[in-house]
Design a protein around this ligand. Structure first.
Ligand code: ADE
Length: 184
């Protein structure tokens, strides 16, 4: 794709499935980086369906051992500094958001939860895989980057929005992935 050798895979949903897929890419295909593209719910209220978010960092918002709601395992950034700076530059040159992507195993479809996530983490978007892939990449010493297209606004109507926007978000994903590969 775009002059690069690419192993293109589609992972089933959720942290476990995303981690397995990432580990297969590392162990079986020996990839030298992972670029993950997919859907996310908006946590930043300025984002609309179709907006693009590039990861500055990822966090598991549902990981914790003491409190049911309050503590989170923060993962270190895995991109090398120059690559990270390049991703941020690329995002802003395209008018894409560059921020925190939260990951959890539950689809967020409640305004209260969304607003709490925004307040606690100043996050841009929520998904169900990025931080899990990042953890695998850390363990394997592989850089990774996450590009997410907003499919819904994580409120009570999120499921409907997700279903209605799925096709256009899929098309946009391919377009943005090609754009990124062409640039990098
Ligand atoms: N992926 C797309 N929309 C999402 C949402 N609202 N919550 C979690 N993951 C998502």
């Amino acid at each position: 794709m775009e002059g690069k050798r690419v192993v293109l895979v589609r992972s089933p949903m959720g942290k476990v499935n995303n981690a397995i897929t990432a580990q297969l890419l590392a162990s079986r295909f020996h990839v030298d980086r992972i670029v993950s593209i997919g859907f996310a719910g908006a946590i930043d209220p300025s984002l609309e369906v179709g907006s693009v978010v590039v990861s500055e960092r990822t966090l598991q918002h549902d990981f914790g051992v003491t409190k049911p709601y309050g503590d989170v395992w923060e993962l270190p950034p895995t991109l090398g500094k120059p690559a990270e700076a390049e991703a941020g530059g690329w995002a802003s040159s395209r008018g894409y958001a560059y921020g925190t992507i939260l990951t959890g195993d539950r689809f967020v479809a409640a305004k209260e939860k969304r607003d709490w996530l925004r307040k606690k983490f100043s996050a841009s978007a929520v998904d169900m895989g990025a931080a899990a892939i990042q953890e695998v990449c850390i363990q394997n010493g592989i850089p990774c980057l996450f590009i997410r297209i907003i499919s819904d606004k994580a409120g009570s109507d999120a499921r409907d929005h997700f279903d209605r926007s799925a096709q256009s978000v899929n098309y946009k994903s391919v377009e943005v992935l090609k754009e990124f590969l062409g640039h990098s």
